[in-house]
Design a protein around this ligand. Structure first.
Ligand SMILES: Cc1cc2nc3c(=O)[nH]c(=O)nc-3n(C[C@H](O)[C@H](O)[C@H](O)COP(=O)(O)OP(=O)(O)OC[C@H]3O[C@@H](n4cnc5c(N)ncnc54)[C@H](O)[C@@H]3O)c2cc1C
Length: 371
């Protein structure tokens, strides 16, 4: 079996296949940790920018819950070296919001009062006392919100945890850029996969976890980049996560979020659809700091440790299915797709890997029945 992609989606698939007793698993990728999008992500468990309809929401809930259960389990069993931590905090809004579909999946979800927000957001306090009507950005004040505890994953540590688990279970790694899925020639389940940096590509099944790369690899024009710019800052006094917006799941280009991790605080961000630019821009970094300072004024003086830009693999819905375009008897290896997780890959990855294992098992059962 060949898994294309060594981001969080590909590595979690590799771990699951090996744990379920699949032999001969090779992860083949152009880039690997620490150079994937997954390595740079904020790492907060929170479905974001992927639910479009009721059907999709049900799938997201299942995948998100399975991922939550997995992350809690490894935290219990292996502690902080997994990168997993439980962090409480606020999501604040300028307009009243419906309750999100994931409210029962996090811990202690509750709505907050304006008086509670005014305890720590200066512009909300000014508004309630009648001193000012606008926040520093000129927008309406933050008057509504939720409080809950969620999982925050330090991605550098988690990627290393997954990589180590893969190696311990006997996974092979090959660095190679694949031009097309049709390069993989079908092999029977009993024969080993053969994937060399300069050799033929043979596999009984290919699991496509190529993220944004799927746009050219499949090719799938429905996949698009959503540029995200974040800063890692030194702000040890921040112990809670914060996010603020006009509306829940409002996919505006300018986001405001603060995620404390063990060594630093991540602040963000941007959500720029179809922007491929991987360079952090100075004016944008200043705007991110200014936005976050509305909730936490001290952020304006925090030391910036690092800036990072990543491209979320955007798609109207996650593609998680057996590719049905292959005809019976075709030389090309069968493909299971698992890409297009947008801003929720960390939130959903383990549940999606579960589905991949089931789809591959069904494929092999069908082949065995037909043999
Ligand atoms: C700023 C930012 C913050 C984020 N914060 C969060 C968050 O807090 N919570 C959350 O849930 N999500 C978050 N995300 C989203 C999350 O990072 C992605 O959804 C997730 O990383 C996607 O994982 P992936 O494995 O599919 O893709 P990637 O990590 O991009 O991995 C893709 C892999 O495929 C390989 N590949 C691609 N094409 C080819 C090819 N042709 N041949 C060989 N290999 C190929 C690549 O080399 C790479 O190894 C954030 C993203 C950004 C940018």
């Amino acid at each position: 079996m060949v898994i294309i992609g060594a981001g969080v989606v590909g590595l979690s698939c590799a771990v699951q296949f090996l744990q379920q007793g699949f032999k001969d698993v090779t992860v083949l990728s152009k880039d690997k940790s620490p150079n994937t999008t997954s390595d740079g992500a904020g790492g907060q468990w929170r479905p974001f920018g992927v639910a479009t309809d009721e059907e999709q929401t049900k799938r997201l809930q299942r995948w998100g819950k399975e991922t939550w259960d997995w992350l809690s389990r490894i935290y219990r069993e292996h502690g902080e070296r997994t990168g997993v931590a439980f962090v409480s905090g606020y999501e604040l809004f300028r307009k009243q919001q419906p309750l999100p579909f994931w409210k029962d999946d996090v811990i202690g979800f509750r709505e907050v009062t304006q008086e509670e927000i005014a305890l720590f957001v200066p512009s909300t306090a000014d508004f309630l006392s009648g001193a000012k009507v606008e926040s520093p950005s000129g927008r309406p004040p933050l008057l509504y919100g939720f409080f809950y505890t969620t999982i925050v994953v330090d991605m550098a540590r988690y990627m290393s945890f997954l990589q180590t688990a893969c190696e311990a279970l006997g996974c092979k790694f090959v660095t190679k850029e694949v031009g097309s899925l049709s390069e993989f020639v079908s092999r029977s389940k009993s024969t080993a996969s053969e994937c060399k940096e300069d050799g033929d590509l043979h596999a009984d099944v290919v699991i496509n976890c190529s993220g944004l790369g799927a746009r050219t690899l499949v090719p799938d024009p429905e996949v698009y980049p959503v540029r995200g710019h974040i800063l890692r800052v030194h702000a040890p006094s921040i112990k809670h996560h914060f996010a603020a917006d006009d509306e829940e799941d409002n996919l505006s280009p300018e986001l405001l979020y603060i995620i404390p991790r063990s060594q630093e605080v991540v602040i963000g961000g941007t959500y720029q659809v179809n922007n491929w630019d991987l360079q952090p821009a100075e004016d944008e970094a200043k705007a991110i700091v200014a936005r976050c300072a509305e909730v936490f004024p001290d952020i304006a003086n925090a030391k910036i440790l690092e800036q990072w830009v990543g491209l979320r693999p955007g798609r109207a819905s996650v593609r998680l299915e057996l590719d049905s375009s292959r005809s019976d008897g075709e030389a090309r290896a069968p493909v299971v797709h698992n890409y297009g997780h947008g801003g929720s890959g960390i939130t959903l990855h383990w549940g999606c890997a579960n589905v991949c294992v089931k789809l591959a098992a069904q494929l092999f059962d069908k082949e065995a029945a037909e043999a």
